[in-house]
Design a protein around this ligand. Structure first.
Ligand code: CU
Length: 131
């Protein structure tokens, strides 16, 4: 009897897991790490939008070199450590409001990858740039 109950519980857990995956949450997380869709031009400035909450979305952005660029961090009820961002190679440390939009100017991107992290260096984001 006990093992029958345990088997039943396992079936329920598996079914719930499949349901969560099929709803598309899993697919969304997989699709977003690399995408140029968050990069736009605004009056000659390249804007890279990054959502900030429990991590950075997308984790990797693709942008162009040689254009004045801002990283636009969007917080929304963000109270975790991602609300402080660091870009060591540019000497930037910036705290973000818990909700709002903060533009951080990073100048003209050089070919390569600009790396950033949360205040503690745990969560990462990066901007890959090519001409
Ligand atoms: Cu952190």
């Amino acid at each position: 009897m006990k093992s029958a109950l345990a088997g039943f519980a396992i079936v329920i857990v598996l079914a719930l897991g499949a349901w969560v995956l099929l709803r598309g949450d899993g697919a969304k997380v997989q699709a977003s790490p690399t995408s140029g869709a968050n990069v736009t031009m605004e009056n000659g400035t390249q804007v890279v939008r990054i959502k900030v909450k429990g991590g950075y979305q997308p984790g990797m952005s693709e942008a162009k070199t040689g254009i004045p660029t801002v990283l636009r961090f969007e917080t929304n009820g963000t109270f975790d450590c991602t609300s402080t961002i660091r870009i060591p190679s540019l000497g930037i440390t910036q705290s973000l409001p818990s909700s709002g939009t903060t533009d951080v100017a990073v100048g003209d991107l050089k070919p390569g990858t600009l790396q950033g992290t949360c205040g503690m260096g745990m969560y990462r984001f990066s901007v890959q740039s090519k001409s």
